[in-house]
Design a protein around this ligand. Structure first.
Ligand code: ADP
Length: 748
């Protein structure tokens, strides 16, 4: 189908697509149009990676907006929200507005009502529904990206319930669900009352196979020599072979550490193949990477990139990730070693894909677990750049003849699994039953069961009594914890506390833990509060490594008096272990709130800078929730919780709380100002300007902004000389960066 022949889309779209090099729709896209995706009909599109799902979503959203509606695009990961926004922002020049909803859970996102397209995670959408965002009812089109993730035990249920709620709020809603190729796309389509495009078509041929010994074995029976040198690993041999053909390789491994290790080793291979010009350009990229942050991870990444290799995982800052992806697309970086977490959403095709590790550690089974066929096929799908490569090649690696056979059976020839709802698991239902009652979707047990009947779970279960049974258990738990109340007959109502918990987007079990810990306490230290929120199921705790158990057991006894709630005995294995993991996580937060350098923290706890930020954000949110609960329960702890929250939010000791809250100040500058005798906002408004300028190392523009944000009437720095006595001791790393900053500000 020619782009000029797509019905019901805005008139500008055909030219816009042609400008981007798209003349004809890909066959699955044409089929989607024939199935009514631009006429407002619901659709499930189950097609391979890189086969143009995004355009199908855009056709649905744009035609819906053309008819006067608004669209919502649900992303599976927060990290993908900004990428999608960037993709959709190209429509702003035609007068459409695009908004991303991230951040604070407890708000109704009022401003989003003026957007034509909103991008959000399913958790965020769920929370908007809970907070009664009125514009949600006016939506005309919702797109769910990577809908096969309803199968995910942790996040799937939220997606499932959210789609059910949106469809209930607006029975005419067009639902477009995009999925990788799965075994039962028809079941998803049936659940969503949608038409179905289920296709294997790909824009570029894909050959899959296994490397074993000295050869590649392909799915079509062909065998091709690919020798591995004596002291070489097979991955290195494949990367070298690909480079000889002028191509690049994407290597999937099973952990962040392995990604970093592989990238460092493979850098030895890629560095041999670089031209002088490439080396220079890579050095420039490496410098940019170093500027993002001054951590060890950032330095490691820069060193790899200088040699033409990179690693990619969710522990990297998002600027790092996009710089790496750009350099890979520009064919400067020749190999990326990646964890699969973000692979699904990131558009980085390459000549060859190597799935080096087909097993991954799983906490659920307490050991290594094979990847699903679906996951491996999604990674395979990144092979081949349309228009650049004759075909893509995706490979697994076998160590022995038996493994060669096993990998063919297990992945190469296998069909992807069917997707199954995980809603009937208790933790999922706990959260969603409370929210469903609290936000008025159900007012009784029977209405609750009726609502749950619209979920994928209900269409899939062959054990009809199970959902009812688990629901009853969960209701009993929520009643016992005073989040729900039983009324006449089988009616149910949320208590005021229950409403708060639902709006705060807490797992009721987290809320119960926090409430229990705070009850009866008259005072609390920051450590006590950090530990409390780190114990909840809403915080992913740091793992205990070997040797940690002893260290943290000692620390637990030392600081026992600070804990809110009784410490379990050392002999209660599982519970004690959890307590220690929470303690490790809490101490990391305490370090952060004591102004320890980000780099030191990353090193001390063996995590990436992205992880530190992630834990800090979660802690800030949970402490905000605890503050609300403390207020509601009248415990008198609210001021202590607030202090702990503000300290973790800015990463500062108590005395800097006020200063660090001024926009443009932050933890480092707050410390410098404080050391120069400026202790709070009021001081900033009154202080001698030369002292402010000195403490901020002579940076006029910064000083002016800071003074303005502190509410000073005359922030102007004209003619002010920096007070040398106020200047902080030099910190070599900062110094270097500052020179760059100043140069770019033209501020000498
Ligand atoms: P998916 O989401 O299915 O993995 P994408 O939507 O990211 O795939 O599309 C992959 C690439 O194909 C994108 O770079 C996109 O611009 C391109 N593309 C999509 N549709 C067409 C088309 N009809 N003709 C040419 N290129 C297309």
């Amino acid at each position: 189908m020619n782009v000029a022949d797509i019905p019901e889309v805005p008139a500008w779209l055909a030219d816009h697509l042609r400008d981007g090099g798209i003349e004809e729709l890909y066959p699955p896209q044409a089929e989607a149009v024939e199935q009514g995706v631009t006429r407002g009909d619901s659709l499930v599109a189950s097609i391979p990676t890189a086969s143009g799902k995004t355009l199908i979503a855009q056709l649905a959203m744009l035609s819906s907006i053309e008819r006067g509606g608004t669209a919502l695009y649900i992303v599976p990961l927060r990290a993908l929200a900004s990428e999608k926004r960037e993709e959709f922002e190209e429509f702003e020049r035609y007068g459409l507005s695009v908004g991303v909803s991230t951040g604070n859970y407890e708000s109704d996102g009022e401003w989003l009502s003026s957007c034509d397209i909103v991008v959000a995670t399913s958790e965020k959408v769920d929370s908007l529904v809970r907070n009664g965002a009125p514009w949600i009812e006016d939506l005309s089109c919702v797109v769910s990206d990577e809908v096969h993730l309803v199968d995910d035990a942790h996040r799937g249920p939220t997606l499932e319930v959210t789609l059910a709620k949106l469809r209930r709020l607006n029975p005419n809603l067009q639902t477009v669900a995009l999925s990788a190729t799965i075994g039962n796309a028809d079941a998803i389509a049936e659940w969503l009352d949608a038409n179905l495009v289920d296709s294997d078509w790909r824009p570029i041929d894909l050959r899959t196979g296994v490397h074993y010994g000295q050869a590649l074995h392909f799915d079509d029976g062909e065998k091709r020599e690919l020798p591995v040198r004596g002291n070489e690993k097979p991955t290195a041999a494949i990367v070298r072979d690909t480079l000889d053909e002028g191509g690049s390789t994407l290597v999937f491994v099973n952990s962040r550490r392995n990604a970093e290790g592989a990238a460092k080793r493979l850098a030895g291979v890629t560095s041999e193949a670089l031209t002088h010009e490439e080396e220079e350009r890579l050095e420039a990229v490496a410098d940019e990477l170093r500027e993002v942050s001054d951590t060890e991870t950032s330095e490691d990444l820069a060193e790899c990139v200088e040699q033409g290799a990179a690693f990619h995982h969710a522990g990297l800052a998002s600027e790092h990730r996009s710089m790496v992806e750009d350099a890979f697309r520009d064919r400067l970086v020749k190999v990326i070693a990646a964890t699969p977490t973000l692979a699904a959403g990131v558009n980085t095709p390459s000549r060859r894909v190597v799935v080096r590790d087909w097993r991954r550690y799983s906490g659920d089974v307490g050991g290594m677990k094979p990847l699903s066929v679906l996951e491996v096929h999604q990674m395979f799908g990144r092979a081949g750049r349309p228009g650049l490569d004759p075909y893509g090649e995706a490979l697994l690696l076998a160590n022995g003849h038996d493994e060669l056979d096993e990998l063919f059976e297990r992945y190469v020839w296998a069909d992807p699994e069917a997707v199954r709802s995980k809603l009937a698991a208790e933790p999922a239902l706990r959260t969603h039953v409370l929210a469903t009652v609290a936000s008025g979707f159900a007012g009784s047990r029977s209405e609750l069961l009726d609502f749950l009947d619209r979920t994928l779970y209900a269409t899939q279960t062959d054990e009809p009594g199970r959902l009812e049974r688990v629901t009853d258990d969960v209701v009993a738990y929520l009643v016992a914890n005073e989040f729900l109340e039983r009324g006449e007959g089988d009616s149910l109502e949320a208590t005021s506390l229950g409403h708060t918990v639902s709006r705060l987007y807490l797992d009721p079990m987290s809320a119960a833990e926090i409430i229990d810990g705070m009850r009866g306490a008259t005072d609390a230290t920051a450590m006590g509060l950090y530990h409390l929120v780190c114990r909840t199921p809403d915080m992913y705790q740091l793992y205990l490594r070997s040797g940690d158990r002893e260290e943290y057991t000692m620390l637990a006894y030392e600081r026992e008096a600070e804990f809110l709630g009784a410490m379990p005995s050392e002999f209660e294995d599982g519970r004690f272990e959890d307590w220690l993991s929470a303690l490790k996580t809490a101490r990391m937060l305490e370090d952060w709130a004591s102004e320890v350098d980000e780099e030191r923290i990353a090193e001390r706890y063996g995590v990436g800078p992205g992880d530190v930020r992630g834990k800090v954000d979660t802690a800030e949110w949970l402490l905000g929730a605890a503050e609300r609960l403390a207020g509601e329960l009248d415990t008198g702890l609210a001021p202590a919780v607030r202090e702990a929250r503000v300290r973790v939010q800015h990463g500062v000791k108590k005395e800097l709380m006020d200063l660090a809250g001024v926009r443009g100040v932050g933890r480092k500058r707050a410390r410098r100002l404080f050391d120069a005798g400026i202790e709070d906002r009021a001081d900033l408004r009154e202080a001698d300007k030369s002292v402010v300028l000195g403490a901020l190392r002579g940076r006029r523009r910064t000083a002016e902004t800071v003074l303005e944000n502190a509410g000073r009437e005359d922030p102007d720095m004209d003619g002010v000389e920096a007070d040398a006595d106020a200047a902080p001791d030099p910190d070599p790393a900062d110094e270097e960066r500052e020179v760059e900053d100043q140069a770019s500000l033209g501020d000498f």
